[in-house]
Design a protein around this ligand. Structure first.
Ligand code: 9WO
Length: 249
């Protein structure tokens, strides 16, 4: 998976994504994360990339041309890597915006199928609409709030998508069922010591009885989901036995 991130703040994105698990995956060449500084494509001698909006209004807009040239640089690199037959295919370009479709685990799974993804991070009060019309294939929001730029949402998406790439996570972790995989929340987890601040680890986890442990984990997941995210429970596939048990719990 190759990520290209078009931004005015490449060091912010780069430092964050070359750390921890994602950083290790980059070192192992399971992923590549390239930042492209939109300012490098400024076309005036002051290197400016913003201008006043026509019709007035607050603040400044990012101009179309530097964004377009930065996109072209990424697209050209992608073309050069692709086999002849696929060179015509345009890469997907994600614009991070509060106006986009809400990001989800399902959307991450779909995007993880792509070989190349371009993320466009806006700043100031936004980007000239014409370049968005021309290059953006997907507008995505990570939630209903306004930030100062698209960099943090791009990092959220790269992180979520990266951990779905085979080999990025430790194998036994990726194989385990996890939150949202089944629309169930995670069960509570405990490590040493057995007693901390007077609180004991649940007895069943110390029992060594594998079947009972699995059952307990599943029941905890179901209870937590009912308590904290009842909206998710409606989409869960519980067995008849589990439904009956839940009714009297
Ligand atoms: C700011 C502003 C101020 C006065 C008048 C209009 C205005 N619009 C904006 C604005 O939307 N700024 C955005 C800042 C431009 C694109 C990048 N920015 C951004 C992205 N803020 N929040 C996001 C975002 C992206 C994805 N998911 C959640 C939030």
């Amino acid at each position: 998976m190759n990520f290209y991130i078009l931004t005015l703040f490449p060091e912010m994105v780069s430092s964050g994504l070359h750390t921890s698990i994602i950083g290790r995956a980059v070192s192992r060449e399971l992923l590549s994360i390239r930042t492209i500084n939109i300012r490098d494509y400024a076309f005036n001698r002051h290197q400016s990339v913003d201008d006043y909006p026509y019709g007035g209004g607050a603040g400044m807009l990012m101009q179309a041309e530097p964004v377009y040239l930065a996109y072209e640089a990424a697209a050209e690199e992608i073309r050069s890597r692709r086999p002849e037959a696929e060179m015509e295919k345009k890469p997907r370009v994600v614009y991070l915006s509060p106006q986009g479709k809400t990001f989800s685990q399902r959307m991450a799974e779909e995007l993880a199928e792509e070989e190349d993804l371009i993320f466009l991070c806006g700043h100031y009060e936004g980007i000239d609409e014409r370049v968005l019309e021309e290059i953006v294939t997907d507008q995505v929001s990570i939630g209903d709030y306004v930030l100062t730029g698209g960099e943090l949402p791009a990092m959220v998406m790269v992180d979520t998508i990266s951990r779905l790439v085979p080999g990025v996570l430790h194998n036994d972790i990726s194989a385990e069922s996890e939150s949202f995989q089944e629309n169930l929340l995670e069960y509570p987890q405990y490590s040493r010591p057995e007693v901390w601040h007077g609180k004991r680890v649940p007895e069943v986890l110390l029992s060594g009885h594998h079947a009972n442990i699995q059952k307990w984990k599943r029941q905890q997941s179901i209870l937590r989901t009912r308590e904290r995210r009842p909206d998710l429970l409606e989409q869960c596939s519980l067995t008849e036995e589990e439904r009956a048990w839940l009714k009297k719990s």
